[in-house]
Design a protein around this ligand. Structure first.
Ligand SMILES: NC(=O)c1ccc[n+]([C@@H]2O[C@H](COP(=O)([O-])OP(=O)(O)OC[C@H]3O[C@@H](n4cnc5c(N)ncnc54)[C@H](OP(=O)(O)O)[C@@H]3O)[C@@H](O)[C@H]2O)c1
Length: 339
């Protein structure tokens, strides 16, 4: 066995951001690496995920995931290669998905690692299209929104990791019309030309309500909300009777320093008999086998497309995270350590 590394760089949260995170809120620090103890594996991370929910974990508030601890390594999804194993069923050279991202080397309890197969899809795809964001799209559309053939679907954040899959999955399952919104003309073009959306608009080009009404003249049956705010209000206005909204994320308010207003037209929920329901992907683990099977099939046939934005180098972890919040990504934002 070749010599194991003795140290690893890892990102720590050192101050809780107020509003937009600043570079001084995080620090890249050195930590010692030891051989794995009983039941553990040492993993060289190849890719780690930066996700919008991590912004919430930087606040010291009770939530569905605990806040990041100050002066401790941050964590999150990662894929890497086992370089030492002290656990049955894991061998050096195996590729695994686990939860100790934001660092070069991870000492992982084997029970919290899942082997992944690079022959089905590139390893980074297990952080995106075949991973947590993909399952969020799948569960949010088919289980939470009770999507059915013929539905007209609107998704915000449509060029992102979750949104780009929602729109394409709806098309694959017979949506009558799929509309997406995104934050640049280039992303809008991608939605229509590459992902097959029927219509798309740049929310920065004019009021969402007007652009959506124009893109969906017959209304929408399903709204998949990644953004909140003005988007949610516009979607409620455009929703047809018995419409369903999956409330997946509200990224427009993640860096807000004051409480943000709710939709002013919420009373429409009554007359239209709308259902607005939140999702937490963790509640839908039972769907995982079906999701992997179906999505792997779509990927193999080329029916489902995806993009990734890879930022190279652990030292660029903070920039990748803030870039994600600013919309610098197209598809899944990933930090690559695969140099
Ligand atoms: N509930 C769950 O279990 C669950 C699981 C996964 C993700 N989520 C949520 O799903 C949403 C999408 O996550 P993701 O991982 O797929 O991220 P993503 O869409 O790949 O990346 C975030 C995108 O948000 C957009 N954005 C940023 N600020 C915005 C604003 N003020 N208004 C409109 N769009 C804005 C940017 O795209 P533009 O260039 O288009 O602005 C950016 O690329 C997030 O809200 C996230 O919190 C929820």
């Amino acid at each position: 066995m070749s010599a194991l590394p003795t140290s690893s760089r890892e990102w720590h949260l050192v101050a809780r951001p107020h509003g937009w995170p600043e570079a001084s809120d995080l620090a890249l620090r050195e930590a010692a690496v030891a051989a794995p103890g009983e039941g553990r594996i040492l993993v060289r991370n190849l890719y780690f995920s930066v996700d919008p929910y991590m912004r919430g974990r930087m606040n010291d508030v009770k939530s569905y995931t605990p806040p990041f601890k100050l002066d401790h390594p941050m964590d999150g999804g990662a894929v890497g290669e086992v370089i030492a194993s002290n656990a049955e069923g894991f061998a050096v050279g195996d590729h695994v998905l686990h939860g100790l991202g934001w660092r070069e080397y991870a000492d992982v309890p084997a029970k919290h690692a899942v082997k992944v197969d690079g022959s089905i899809a590139p390893l980074s795809a297990y952080l995106g299209v075949l991973g947590m964001p993909g399952l969020t799209a799948y569960a949010g559309l088919f289980e939470v929104a009770s999507f059915k053939e013929g539905d007209a679907v609107f998704v915000s954040g449509a060029a992102g990791a979750v949104g780009s899959q929602v729109g394409q999955m709806a098309k694959l399952k017979g949506a009558s019309r799929v509309i997406g919104s995104a934050g640049s003309d280039e992303k809008v073009k991608l939605l229509v030309e590459e992902y097959g959306f029927d219509a798309a608009f740049n929310y920065k080009n004019g009021p969402v309500r007007e652009q959506l009404a124009e893109a969906a003249p017959d209304g929408i049956d399903v709204y998949f909300d990644n953004v909140g705010g003005e988007h949610l209000e516009a979607a409620i206005s455009s929703m047809n009777v018995h419409g369903r909204a999956t409330i997946c994320g509200m990224i427009a308010q993640y860096n807000a320093t004051e409480p943000t207003p709710g939709p002013r037209n919420l009373a429409l929920v009554i007359g239209k008999r709308l259902r607005l329901q939140g999702i937490l992907v963790g509640d839908h683990a039972a769907l995982q086998p079906q999701f992997v099977q179906e999505v792997a099939g779509w990927l193999a046939s080329g029916a489902l497309k995806y993009r990734e934005t890879k930022v190279e180098g652990i030292e660029n972890g903070f920039d990748a995270f803030v870039g994600l919040l600013r919309g610098e990504n197209t598809g899944k934002m990933i930090v690559s350590l695969d140099a």
